[in-house]
Design a protein around this ligand. Structure first.
Ligand code: URA
Ligand code: ZN
Length: 374
């Protein structure tokens, strides 16, 4: 079985909104009469091709069939509602969450099963100036929707990031309802870091996106939010960006900083062990590394450095879940299967130390448990 936990949609209502805009984010029609998507900072006016794979449910189901994906947990794509005024964000969030529940609820079931093929992650009207009560209403709307299992969240919060103390009531409500938060990037990092050579979208997507996620979740950890909301269930996009690679350095920097050292209840690596990671890393070594480091995370505190790499990888794999990032990264030439998907599946198959149980878990079993799909 195969479950895709990182797969996006621009529902028709959202695509219409993007079409109605004259500045980015927007969908425009170019001189050749083709629709183009313009969402990333500094994206040239040529934009990216955009079409039914972004909004048509049959296109999503065809993609799933083509790649042997049984179930998808579909989330809205960036930049969500970030660019809207509070009243627009509030009403569009309400309508889109309703649309997504309907999109999932009316999807076909798996053959000889009562499971749907589509489940969803809703969104909150997280924009500067929105009231906390509006956010709490959205949380409760999502929690009541039978096919929505959580929400996708960008890194901006109310304008001050996801470590903003003003969001505490929201994190509390999310935790109480047991909703998953899928933390996903959009803004990257300051584009002056990319220099002036034409490198397309490579630097913002390959480096900026993961580093944005890393910064956001690290700030969340440093704010002590995991100590206040210890049952939070946060899934990090793109295998956690660079957090796994930098976690011991982070712990060391905290140890040497009196302002932060006394604020946290645990060693920084402890919090890494409370997170979940998609397996959208494109290589077996990266998956091996994340699974190993994540499983060790909670043990640094007990002084137990007596680790066994392969056993750690098996344990840590339970926190990793297959994803595709569809409809992004389509093949440059039309081919049977998408390379981005095939590479991630091959990576799962070839992690040294993972047996069939771990591979099956990352492909499907972990997601079924994590999203309570049964
Ligand atoms: N590009 C995006 O804009 N979003 C994604 O999720 C992936 C690639
Ligand atoms: Zn994505």
């Amino acid at each position: 079985m195969l479950v895709d936990v990182h797969t996006h949609v621009y529902l028709p209502r959202y695509a219409s909104w993007l079409r109605s805009r004259s500045i980015a984010p927007r969908i425009l029609v170019n001189e050749a009469g083709e629709e183009r998507l313009l969402i990333l900072e500094n994206e040239t006016s040529a934009g990216r091709p955009v079409g039914p794979s972004y909004w048509d449910r049959n296109a999503k189901l065809n993609f799933m069939d083509q790649h042997g994906i049984d179930i998808s947990v579909v989330s809205f794509a960036n930049p969500w509602l970030d660019f809207l005024s509070p009243p627009d964000a509030e009403s569009l969030a309400r309508d889109l969450n309703t649309d997504l529940e309907e999109y999932c609820a009316t999807s076909p079931c798996l053959p000889s099963s009562s499971l749907n093929r589509l489940y969803g992650l809703g969104l909150l009207p997280l924009v500067p100036g929105i009231s906390i009560s509006s956010l709490l209403q959205a949380v409760s709307q999502i929690a009541k929707a039978p096919h929505l299992r959580g929400l996708i969240m960008g890194t901006k919060g109310l304008g001050k990031g996801i470590d903003d103390d003003a969001l505490d009531p929201v994190w509390k409500a999310i935790e109480e309802k047991g909703l998953v938060v899928f933390l996903h990037p959009h803004y990257g990092v300051d584009s002056s870091a990319w220099g002036d050579k034409e490198n397309g979208h490579v630097l913002p997507l390959a480096l900026g996106f993961p580093f944005e996620t890393t910064t956001a979740i690290t700030r969340f950890i440093l704010s002590g939010a995991f100590d206040r909301f210890p049952s939070s269930r946060i899934l990090l996009a793109h295998s956690g960006g660079t957090l796994p690679q930098l976690s011991s350095r982070l712990a060391s920097c905290i140890d040497h900083d009196p302002i932060v050292a006394s604020r946290l209840k645990h060693d920084a690596r402890f919090y890494l062990g409370k997170l979940w990671f998609d397996a959208v890393a494109y290589g077996p070594e990266e998956l091996a590394f994340v699974s190993e480091i994540v499983s060790r995370a909670g043990r640094y505190e007990s002084g137990n450095s007596n680790t066994k790499a392969l056993a750690d990888r098996k344990e840590g794999s339970k926190r990793m879940l297959f994803g595709t990032d569809h409809p992004f990264f389509p093949p440059l030439s039309s081919s049977e299967k998408w390379k981005s998907v095939v590479e991630n599946l091959e990576a799962i198959d070839s992690v040294a130390g993972w047996g069939e149980d771990e591979r099956e878990g990352v492909r499907a079993g972990n997601a079924l448990t994590f999203f309570d799909i049964q």
